[in-house]
Design a binder for this molecule. Structure first.
Ligand code: TIU
Length: 227
């Protein structure tokens, strides 16, 4: 068992039954010209976490954990995109429109790809999800169950939208969840902080939070125990 110095109290996990879930680290959110910037956002705070997510991925792979990556994406005919989602925000470029990185949030387009420095390795789970949550209308739960996964480490973007929704969905399905706080980001730093606070309030009502450094210390400790 590994014990992480986490908030609101230590988080214990066995790497053999734990998966890292990296949410939506795709060009559409992190680079100019994608969905995120079409909604009027500054993508800078999201780009800033890429090295941290890369280090987290390396640590999880070294520890032998399962790894899952998600992409928020829609079929080219948009049959899995509710019209309400397409209309939302009245954006200059809507889901399915042609942008500088191809059609916005459409599966297979250049903008829909995970950043190359965070690319999935062969054998890792890759989930195309039409919603904000990673479990809605996907087989993620079945794939995790097939691997015996009971614990999830969550990272990615954005903290208050797809990461939070996914963590809540996972919590309701019985997973013990820890959000890696500096491996997530929001276009709104205040929302990032508020999300962490609301997920971990009330004794960890949805789960735990810890920085990558705490996870790395725990994984490096001979017994997995920190202080
Ligand atoms: N807009 C925003 O903050 N996020 C999304 O639309 N999707 C994800 O969070 N992936």
């Amino acid at each position: 068992m590994i014990s992480v110095d986490a908030f609101p109290y230590p988080y214990r996990f066995d790497p053999r039954t734990t998966a890292l879930v990296v949410i939506d680290m795709q060009r559409d959110f992190i680079e100019e010209g994608g969905f995120g910037s079409a909604l009027g956002n500054d993508v800078g705070p999201l780009a800033a976490i890429v090295p941290t997510v890369a280090a987290l991925l390396a640590g999880a792979r070294d520890a032998g954990m399962a790894v899952a990556h998600t992409r928020e994406s829609h079929l080219p005919d948009l049959s899995d995109c509710p019209p309400a989602k397409r209309r939302r925000g009245n954006p200059a470029l809507a889901i399915g429109d042609a942008g500088p990185m191809g059609r916005i949030l459409v599966r297979g387009e250049p903008g829909n790809q995970i950043l190359p420095q965070l690319a999935p390795l062969p054998g890792e789970i890759v989930i195309d999800k039409p919603g904000k949550g990673a479990f809605y209308a996907t087989d993620l739960h079945a794939q995790l169950q097939a691997r015996g996964v009971t614990h999830l480490l969550l990272a990615g973007v954005t903290t208050e939208v797809c990461v939070q929704t996914s963590m809540r969905e996972a919590n309701d399905r019985g997973y013990e969840c820890l959000i890696v706080e500096d491996a997530c980001a929001s276009y709104f730093p205040a929302f990032h902080q508020a999300t962490l606070a609301m997920l971990t309030a009330q004794g960890g009502i949805v789960g735990w939070q810890a920085p990558l450094s705490a996870l790395q210390r725990a994984l490096a400790a001979p017994t997995g125990e920190t202080t």
